[in-house]
Ligand binder design. Structure first.
Ligand SMILES: Nc1ncnc2c1ncn2[C@@H]1O[C@H](COP(=O)(O)OP(=O)(O)OP(=O)(O)O)[C@@H](O)[C@H]1O
Ligand SMILES: [Mg+2]
Length: 465
């Protein structure tokens, strides 16, 4: 629709992108890839059908530490649509202290606004840069020779007094473009702006969040509190160009149009990843109605209309949630999907289960992802000029120990790899600054030596691993 039509990933491309970071979990990867592609398909079907096609919300179920949240994190980059991840456990029922469920729609809208604004700003960038350049040139030429900030004190062929003539200006423009003036200090009038006032203290109570937001906007428009006010400040030419280009781009972007496009985009392509849904299921079964269950049930009931399709008021306008895609995830250890209220269960027609991870997967997790833990540690220690070299049998041993610890203690999935590796490398991490220039061979023997005592002693391993 009114999207600038960017090439959208095919399901196969989405899966192969996810494969770069996440080992296994093919069913979940395929499900989210299809869901993403369906957003695009829907935008291309004949108008009369478009409104009929409801998003196929997904629920991902799987033990702790097997990649549910990781999939969401990586998906955010691939979605090419407004995408946020929220934790269901953060919400409380309307009327109680905490975030109300509708705030996720407001957050998503805010994100879409920024996304569209950014795109529009990119379009006018050349124009904005030209205007910024003129403002910088004005300042440079205004400054009397010799004064701090005056350019001509640093002229390459001795100081020349500026005449303000157009030749000077064009010569200066060339220098500016060539980056010759980058480190030169000048004074500019920059927008005071900056982050708004922290009004978090107002939180709590129904709708308070929104009221807080409105107050914040009100303040930011008042002169003296950041809105519209400029302040004279001294910066390098390079920084001045950056600040002023941003300012000019803001002026060139048509905010009304941005809001219009962003609202459209949220409603047609928005995606909300609802993590930790198991935390709002009712532990005592559906009938349970005590303590935290009262509030959990309330959050579910508040969620229902949003997932189902309703209209939420945001400061940019009304947002219809009918076509927003929801992807939920939860470990469901203590609760089951069937502990969610039936109406909500019904809104998540696609269920995918993630597999528990075994020793073989652990080994692959150490070896394959493009930013695997091993690569992270290697990079960290490289900053101390210490080279870590893991042998294959060391990785196999780490995977084995992690798996064994999960079986004997508690199954915390791939998170166990973090604790095991941390234990293995503790000593090296501590001493690295004194080991500059050294190469440390990490082999199975070293892994065993570091972990041997720990694994034997169950009490000890409970603490350490
Ligand atoms: N399949 C996997 N491939 C690569 N890394 C993984 C995989 N599963 C988990 N990890 C790693 O383990 C850690 C925890 O994973 P993640 O946060 O996705 O767990 P989760 O499934 O959301 O668990 P929880 O139910 O406890 O929230 C992350 O650092 C992640 O990189
Ligand atoms: Mg998680």
């Amino acid at each position: 629709m009114s999207h600038p039509e960017r090439p959208v990933f095919t399901p196969r491309e989405v899966v192969s992108e996810l494969d770069r970071d996440i080992v296994g979990q093919d069913k979940a990867k395929r499900a989210v890839a299809i869901a993403l592609r369906n957003r695009w398909r829907r935008r291309h079907v004949p108008e009369h059908l478009r409104d009929e096609i409801a998003p196929k919300n997904i629920i991902m179920i799987g033990p702790t530490g097997v990649g549910k949240t990781e999939i969401a994190r990586r998906l955010a980059r691939l979605a090419q649509a407004p995408f946020i991840k929220v934790e269901a456990s953060k919400f409380t029922e309307v009327g109680y202290v905490g975030r109300d469920v509708e705030s996720m729609i407001r957050d998503l809208t805010e994100l879409a606004i920024n996304m569209v604004k950014h795109e529009q700003a990119e379009r006018v960038e050349a124009q904005a840069a030209r205007k910024a350049e003129d403002r910088v040139l004005d300042e440079l030429l205004k400054a009397p020779g010799g004064r701090k900030g005056g350019y001509f004190a640093v002229g390459p062929d001795g100081a020349i007094a500026p005449t303000g003539g157009s030749e000077d200006r064009e010569a200066l423009r060339r220098k500016l473009r060539d980056g010759e003036l980058d480190t030169h200090e000048i004074e500019i009038d920059a927008q005071a702006g900056g982050p708004g006032m922290p009004l978090g203290v107002l939180g709590g109570g129904p709708g308070m969040e929104e009221i807080g937001q409105q107050i914040q906007d009100m303040f930011s428009k008042l002169p003296g509190l950041g809105g519209g006010k400029t302040r004279r400040k001294s910066v390098t030419v390079k920084e001045a160009m950056r600040l002023l280009t941003g300012e000019e781009a803001d002026k060139l972007v048509d905010m009304e149009r941005v809001v219009e496009l962003a609202l459209e985009r949220v409603q047609q392509s928005g995606i909300i990843f609802l993590d930790e849904v198991d935390k709002i299921a009712l532990s005592g079964g559906r009938g349970g109605g005590q303590g935290p269950d009262v509030s959990r049930g309330g959050v579910q009931r508040d969620l229902l209309p949003i997932v189902e399709g309703s209209t939420v008021s945001t400061k940019h306008g009304m947002v219809k949630t009918d076509h927003i895609l929801f992807i939920a995830a939860g470990a469901f250890h203590e609760t089951k999907v069937s502990d969610l209220i039936p109406e909500l269960q019904g809104r998540f027609p696609i269920r995918v289960e993630l597999d528990a991870l075994g020793e073989a997967e652990f080994l692959r997790i150490l070896q394959e992802p493009k930013s695997s833990l091993i690569k992270q540690y290697e990079a960290l220690l490289a900053t101390e000029q210490v080279t870590l070299q893991f042998s294959d049998d060391a990785l196999a041993e780490i995977a084995r120990v992690a798996y064994e610890a999960n079986t004997r203690l508690e199954n915390i999935g791939a998170r166990r790899l973090h604790t095991v590796l941390e234990t293995v490398l503790e000593d090296i991490s501590f001493k690295a600054p004194e080991m500059r220039g050294q190469t440390v061979q990490v082999d199975a023997a070293l892994v065993r030596a570091r972990l041997g005592g720990v694994l034997e002693d169950e009490d000890l391993s409970r603490y350490i691993l």
